[in-house]
Design a binder for this molecule. Structure first.
Ligand SMILES: Nc1nc2c(ncn2[C@@H]2O[C@H](COP(=O)(O)OP(=O)(O)OP(=O)(O)O)[C@@H](O)[C@H]2O)c(=O)[nH]1
Ligand SMILES: [Mg+2]
Length: 697
């Protein structure tokens, strides 16, 4: 593998709404870079970055994948990220590995809900970006409409550097506004084109666009502004330099155009990535902890090695593979480094670059590069690695809480035996997947970021680990809390022949605000209970609060104050106080107006205006509360909150109301009390499931 100096590396993520053409663009990039000998296609299942059988079967990206190519003496590392909302957590983690984003917008639909989500993620990380309006060859593609929606969402700073020649079937080429040249593409997907003068009928339009671009670039640079005033124009070199600076400072976002599947416009985009997006050495804002203190990691080869593990996956042959981004220094294969997040040493294996699923030996890795290594012992996604003694730790990667849970049932005993090993591997790779046993019902619960996510996890269980399961209806993670206060005694006393048992506690229980979970306060003065028994009392309460008194769901958002009690010189023990604590908790819970809480989701729905009334009606029928509405281009954004229990089948309703044109994103927001007339149903169900016994109610 050729060695690239850090300033010759570009790390970019292809991001955007589902199906906007990111994987197809990655294919076109790789073909133009000479990595593949023909243009691979998502439909043919032969792309480098959608290699997983799950992806090929569904024709969508489920996992991010890395690939690279050489362009204009630079190495471009590309992370092809998924666009569907169920998998955006992966996209978010991968953005930590790159220095810029290529935001892909569908030329038919314009900006969609996923586009806006990834834009927010890029904003959060202060990443510069280019925009690509793709699919311009497709029926109903409309460049002006797509550009208008980009302006409406992201402002006028999104500035065209190209305009299309024709669209839909007539899309034949592009005009590059910087060089003022027209490129007419051959119709054979080769990417070859003839450079021509700008067609006379477009001249005025091009002049106007060039002027707009020049003005926007000059506005951000005094020297260029002077030049522009004096001569009335800027040279292509000045424009490029000026653009580069404005893009780096996120004052401008250049808009490119393409047809990925016809291989049109791709070379200009690759030039744009090399010319306009920063090298790893230009990153200034990588915050972290250095030797225990907040600081900024210096992007330099001379600094000690530091890297962030942004992804983990398991390969059937190699085992666990960790993908890391180097932010400083260099590292050799087989060296021992420190995992500063866990405070342990890790021995690296060989280092390799990933070309989709292929492993290309890397030798030494340097600042800026994306490399992978196999078989790290304990390192997981989000961990920081660094040279021993350097103690560099990056900010952690925050993953969303799972938004939906289903019960699963192993089909046979053999499946049951295999499941725990498989679960371990799956959750290692996918930090937002959870598979746990519900202690009350003893059911296996699988949780993820949406129905599709959970279906894919169960598919994986079957295909990769030969574990067959039945997926049962979704589970709502209800909780219990209290609305009132109580003051109770829990006394455990047993006299059996020899040594007895004695524990006696008095506690007060009080509600806490939503989201505070649990607090235990020790207010024992004067030794009515010896200090050494207090942890056992808390433990007794902690264990029994996993199960509420009316529905058996875990209890949250309350405080227990231990204020009095008594003990026996001989008979008192840890276990006796634990039981006393547990008894007091149950009694206290019952006397403090217990109630059931349900998860409330934040929902954002994007829809054409015509369906807005129907969607609001539908949300109202789901106990939803509409919180706001915004006009987003020719779409409307509805923001609402609704109970998870009512939203499980929202997706098919939305598709049928909008004929597939609406999209939505849903995430957990907070817990709220279930209206009293609906609580009995939950209690009945809990009894049916064996979560609680009727007399326990
Ligand atoms: N006509 C046309 N179709 C395209 C173009 N680019 C992609 N497609 C098609 O659009 C669909 C989605 O393309 P992908 O490349 O998988 O899109 P993606 O953004 O990677 O999708 P996800 O990763 O699943 O979010 C496929 O059927 C492609 O063949 C294009 O430029 N023109
Ligand atoms: Mg894709």
């Amino acid at each position: 593998m050729k060695d690239f100096a850090p300033d010759k590396i570009r790390n970019i993520a292809l991001v955007g709404h589902g199906s906007s053409g990111k994987t197809s663009l990655a294919s076109a990039f790789l073909f133009n870079g000479g990595i593949t000998s023909r243009l691979t296609k998502v439909e043919k299942g032969n792309t480098i970055t959608d290699y997983d059988p799950d992806e090929i079967e569904r024709n969508i990206s489920i996992n991010s994948a890395v690939c690279f190519l050489e362009w204009d003496s630079c190495k471009i590392n590309i992370v092809d990220c998924p666009g569907y909302s169920n998998f955006l957590w992966d996209t978010k983690a991968c953005l930590r590995a790159v220095d810029g984003g290529a935001v892909v917008v569908c030329g038919v639909a314009g900006v969609e809900v996923g586009t806006e989500k990834v834009w927010e993620m890029l904003d959060e990380l202060h990443l510069p970006r280019v925009i690509i309006i793709n699919k311009l060859d497709r029926e109903n593609a409309n460049y002006k409409r797509a550009l208008k929606s980009i302006h409406q969402f992201f402002g006028r700073q999104a500035v065209p550097v190209q305009i299309p020649l024709g669209e839909e079937k007539e899309f034949t080429g592009v005009v590059n506004l910087i060089e003022r040249k027209a490129c007419i593409f051959k119709k054979d997907e080769s990417g070859k084109y003839d450079e021509e003068e700008i067609p006379a009928e477009l001249k005025d339009d091009v002049d106007k666009k060039v002027e707009e671009l020049t003005e926007m670039v000059a506005e951000n640079d005094e020297q260029l502004m002077e030049k522009y005033f004096e001569s009335g124009e800027l040279s292509p070199e000045d424009l490029t330099e000026g653009l580069k600076k404005s893009i780096l400072n996120r004052q401008l976002f250049p808009v490119f155009i393409s047809s990925a599947i016809l291989n049109m416009g791709i070379k200009s985009i690759l030039n744009g990535i090399v010319n306009f997006l920063p090298s790893p050495l230009m990153r200034k804002e990588i915050k972290g902890n250095i030797k225990g203190e907040e600081g900024v990691i210096k992007a330099s080869l001379e600094q000690p090695f530091s890297a962030l593990v942004y992804k983990t996956f398991s390969d059937p042959y190699t085992g666990r593979i960790s993908l890391m981004r180097l932010f400083s220094g260099k590292v050799n294969p087989d060296s021992t480094v420190s995992n500063s997040s866990k405070g342990i040493d890790e021995k690296l294996g060989g280092l390799f670059f990933l070309q989709g699923k292929e492993q290309v030996p890397a030798g030494q890795a340097k600042i800026g590069d994306l490399v992978a290594t196999a078989k790290l012992k304990a390192t997981i996604t989000g961990d920081s690695l660094c040279a021993k003694g350097a103690s560099i730790e990056f900010l952690p990667i925050k993953f969303p809480e799972p938004s939906i849970s289903f019960a699963i049932e192993p089909k046979t005993r053999a499946d049951e035996d295999r499941i725990s090993q498989a679960v371990h591997r799956i959750t290692e790779e996918d930090p937002t997947a959870r598979i746990e046993r519900d202690p009350e019902t003893n059911e296996m619960i699988i949780s993820g970021n949406g129905q599709l996510h959970v279906e894919i996890i169960t598919d994986r269980l079957k295909k990769r680990y030969n574990v067959n399961v039945n997926l049962k209806p979704p589970k709502i993670p209800y909780k219990e809390t209290i609305k009132g206060k109580s003051d109770v005694q829990g006394k455990y006393k047993k006299q059996t022949g020899g040594r007895g048992q004695y524990g006696d506690v008095k506690i007060k229980m009080e509600p806490l605000p939503r989201g505070s979970d649990f607090e235990f306060q020790d207010k024992i003065f004067g030794g009515s209970i010896p200090k050494n028994f207090i942890p056992s009392i808390e433990k007794g309460i902690q264990e029994s609060r996993k199960k509420g008194v009316i529905s058996g769901y875990p209890t949250i958002d309350f405080k227990v104050i231990l204020y009095d009690g008594s003990y026996h010189e001989v008979d008192s023990s840890d276990i006796a106080f634990k039981i006393a604590g547990s008894m007091a908790f149950k009694k206290g819970m019952k006397e403090a107006k217990p109630t059931i809480l349900e998860p409330i989701m934040n929902i954002e729905v994007y829809t054409p205006e015509a369906y807005m009334g129907d969607i609001m009606g539908n949300l109202n029928g789901r106990r939803g509360k509409v919180q706001g509405m915004e006009q987003k281009g020719n779409m409307r954004l509805i923001k609402a909150q609704a109970p998870m229990a009512e939203m499980l089948d929202f997706e098919p309703s939305l598709t049928s109301i909008t004929g597939g044109r609406g999209s939505h994103i849903m995430e957990f927001s907070h817990y709220e009390e279930v209206p009293s007339h609906l609580q009995q149903k939950i209690i009945d169900k809990a009894i049916e499931e064996g979560r609680i016994k009727p007399e326990e109610e």
